[in-house]
Design a protein around this ligand. Sequence first.
Ligand code: GTP
Ligand code: MG
Length: 191
Amino acid sequence: MVALPPEGPPEVAFAGRSNVGKSSLINALVGQSGLARTSNTPGRTQSLFFYVPDLASASPDALPPVALVDMPGYGYARAPKKTVETWTRLIHAYLAGRAQLKRVFVLVDARHGLKPADETLMNEFDRAGVSYQIVLTKADKVKPAPLDEVRIRTAEAIRRHAAAHPEIIVTSSVKGDGLDALRAEIVSFAR
Ligand code: GTP
Ligand code: MG
C-alpha cells in the first residue's frame, strides 16, 4: 500500500488518458520543463506526484500555495497489469476522500475529444461529487475549425454531467495557450 502525503495546501489534480499531456501541462504551468517526468511512452507517470510551486521565486506567473497533483494515465498505459492495478487503487483512494482536493482537471486530447474511458471517470466523479473541469490539450496540433468542432461537441457532452464545470479550457503546453486561464482557475482555489 502506497501512503498518501498528509494534507497541506489546497490541491488540484491532473487526470486523463495516458500520454494526453498531464505532466507536460504541469511543467508548462510552473515554467520548469524537467519537473514532472514526461515521455512519448504512455505510462510514464507511475504514481501520484505532489508539486507545490516555489513561492520564493515570486515571478508575475507565480502560483499561490497549492499542490499540483500529477496522476498516472488511464486507457492504454504500457505498463504491467499489476502496476496498473496498484495505480488504480491509489487513484481511487486519493480521489474518494481528499478534503483538500478542490478540482480535478480532466485532460482530453484536442484532436480526439472525449473517449469512453473519460466518460467512465466523469460518471464516477458525478456520483462522488468531485468537481472537475475539462482541459483540451495539444491544441497546437489541431487546425481552428476541427478544434472548434471538438470544443462544441465536448461542451454538449458535459451538460449531461452534474459535477462538470461548464467552461472548457483549451491549452497547448508547447505554445503556452490557455495557461493564463488555467492559472486563474487554480488561483481561485488557493484563497
Ligand atoms: P502519462 O504520464 O504517460 O500518462 O502521460 P502524460 O499525460 O503525463 O503525458 P506527457 O506530459 O508525458 O506527454 C506525452 C507526450 O505528448 C510527450 O511526447 C509530450 O511532449 C507531448 N505533448 C504534451 N503536451 C503537448 C502539447 O501541448 N503539444 C504537443 N505538440 N505535444 C505535447
Ligand atoms: Mg505523466
